[in-house]
Structure formats: C-alpha cells, structure tokens
Design a protein. Structure first.
Length: 343
C-alpha cells in the first residue's frame, strides 16, 4: 500500500515537472518569435537573414540603423520590463495570497510614477535622476503601506484597501503635476504615463537590465519559501521559515525591479496583474511559476506593442493595449471575489 502511494506521488510529480518544462519552453519559444517580429516589422520589413546579420554585427544597408538603433532597444526594453512586471506581480500575489495584491493595484507603481512625473515636470531631470526617484518612490510607498496596514495584527485585506487609497492619492498628485506643468513637458509625461516602448535607447536600459539580472536570481532562490508563505504565516513559521526576513528580501527585490521597469517604460498597465494568474493556470501546481510569469510578462508586452503598432490605423502605446486586455479581467476577478465573500 505504501509503495503504491509512493509510486502515485512520484508519477504525479513527474507529470507536473513535464508540464512545467513544456509550458516554460513554449513560452520561451513564443517570446523569441515575438522578439524576431519586433525586429523584422516596421515601415520597412526586413527578412530574418538581414536581422541575424545585423545582430551578428554586420553592416546591412538600411537594416543596421532601423534594426540596431531603433527596433533592438525597443525589443530589449519590452523583454526586461515585461519580465520585471511579471515576476514582481506574481511575488506580491503569492506572498500576500490575493490576486489583487499586485504593485499596480496597491499603489506601488503609482508611487514610482508620481516620483518620476515630479522629476519630469518640476525638476526637468535626467533619465538617471528619474530612475533613482522612481525606485525611492516605490520603496517609500511600500514602507508606508505596510506600516499603515499593521494595526494590532497584519491584515492582507487592510493592506489592499490602504494600497488602493494610496494609489488614489498618488493619481491625484500626478493629475495636479500635469495641470501645473509646462506645455513642452506634459506630452513627455503623458507618453511616459501611458506605458510606452517608444524612443527606448540602449544607454538608458542598462540600469533596468542590471537590476533584473541581479535580483531575479534572488527571488528564484527564495521561490520555495515564497510558496510556503502562500500557506499562511503560521504554516510557514512551523516549517522553519523566517517569514519577516523572507518577506523583506522579496519585497525589496520585487520593488527594485518593478520601479526600474516603471522608470524605463512607464507603468505598463495590468502586466503585473495578469502575468501571475496566467502562468499559474498554464503551469499548474507543484512548481514555482516565477520564471513562467516573467515569460508571460514578456509575451504580453511584446505582443501588445506589436498590436498597438500594426493592428490599427493609429499607433497606440503598449500600455493602452495591455489596459484593454486587463480591465475586463479585473472586473471579472472583483465580481468573483465578491460572490465568494473575499471582499
């Protein structure tokens, strides 16, 4: 009897592992295909061989500038920002055990955005200063939200409600800054607020790339502890997890990568909100969905950017398309949670 039970466990785990590998591989393939589409498509369509030659450093008339200078940085921005939003979103949703507890909804992104818009409109600062302010704004927002949500005991529901209130405050601040801003600064701020890959330059992407490459492995290494946090505070503590330390490291790592992503591309709507649930549905249970969520984030950003560029007569920023995709899911989720009594 014991052997039969053990065999069932082993077989089940093997199936889940195969599913994880298959889904992750398919997502990576789709993301790679979208990357090539980003490089090939534009006012002039270049064949795959020309794109490959440019990537290998050859000079190809016309293609070297279009692909190497304009399209390649745009693609890299989409990759790293999408991955950052996807990973950070699923960390918060898993850690706080609520699909609404993502950086977009609980005000973290709004805090980063308010700091960045202040630098753009009031200080007329450089990209480096905007990036630093965005990170500081995100971290400060997290501290305020967690301090206000403590009360006599930590409450996830209280945290979400306070986060929504903080988001409303920052959105009001952003609206005020746009009202008092100079005419030539407002288009820049509005384009940034909509979430856009337009005008991406490689020299501005290195802080985001470095941050993602440093802190994503930290989050992955804490993946098992993150899954234990999803079981609840008491269960995680009984399993030997230092919940406060683990939560602190995960929060700092996630806020850093999402704040840099926000500073680089603007707050691309709903990617952090959608990536985790989609990845969880595809991967299933038994394995961490951090990497799949990051890949889903990449797919959402690149696909939405292509749709915004080529599916309509006018061209729309990527954040507009992801907003159209994410808003119905948010309404559905709120309705479902209300019926279950989770709100």
């Amino acid at each position: 009897m014991r052997n039969d039970s053990m065999n069932l466990i082993i077989v089940g785990r093997a199936k889940r592992r195969r599913r994880f590998i298959l889904v992750t591989s398919l997502l990576a393939i789709i993301a790679s295909a979208l990357c090539f589409a980003m490089l090939m498509l534009g006012n002039t369509i270049y064949p795959v061989q020309d794109v490959v030659r440019v990537l290998l450093g050859e000079q190809v008339k016309g293609a070297s500038f279009a692909v190497g200078t304009i399209r390649f940085p745009r693609m890299v921005a989409g990759i790293f920002a999408g991955f950052a939003f996807g990973v950070a979103g699923t960390v918060f949703q898993t850690m706080l055990r609520n699909p609404l507890a993502n950086p977009n909804v609980i005000g973290i992104t709004a805090g980063s955005s308010a700091a960045a818009v202040f630098c753009i409109i009031v200080l007329q600062a450089s990209n480096m200063v905007i990036s630093i302010a965005s990170v500081v704004g995100g971290l400060a927002t997290v501290i305020v939200i967690f301090q206000l949500s403590k009360g006599s005991s930590f409450s996830i529901g209280r945290l979400i409600l306070i986060g929504i209130g903080i988001q409303a405050i920052f959105n009001a601040v952003i609206s005020y800054l746009l009202l008092i801003g100079q005419k030539h600064d407002i288009p820049t701020a509005m384009r940034w607020l909509s979430g856009s890959l337009n005008g991406a330059k490689m020299e501005n992407l290195y802080p985001l790339m470095l941050t993602v490459l440093i802190f994503t492995p930290v989050i992955i290494l804490l993946g098992k502890r993150l899954d234990m946090l999803e079981l609840g505070e008491q269960a995680a503590t009984s399993l030997g997890i230092d919940t406060d330390k683990t939560r602190l490291i995960l929060i700092i790592s996630s806020v850093l990568i999402i704040a840099l992503a926000t500073a680089t591309t603007g707050p691309i709507a709903f990617v952090a909100f959608l990536a985790g649930p989609i990845a969880k549905r595809l991967v299933g249970v038994g394995f961490s969905n951090i990497i799949p969520a990051g890949l889903v984030g990449i797919v959402l950003v690149l696909a939405s950017d292509l749709i915004g560029q080529f599916a309509f007569v006018a061209r729309y920023p990527v954040g507009v398309i992801t907003g159209i995709l994410g808003a119905p899911y948010l309404i559905y989720l709120l309705t479902r949670m209300n019926r279950k009594g989770d709100l």
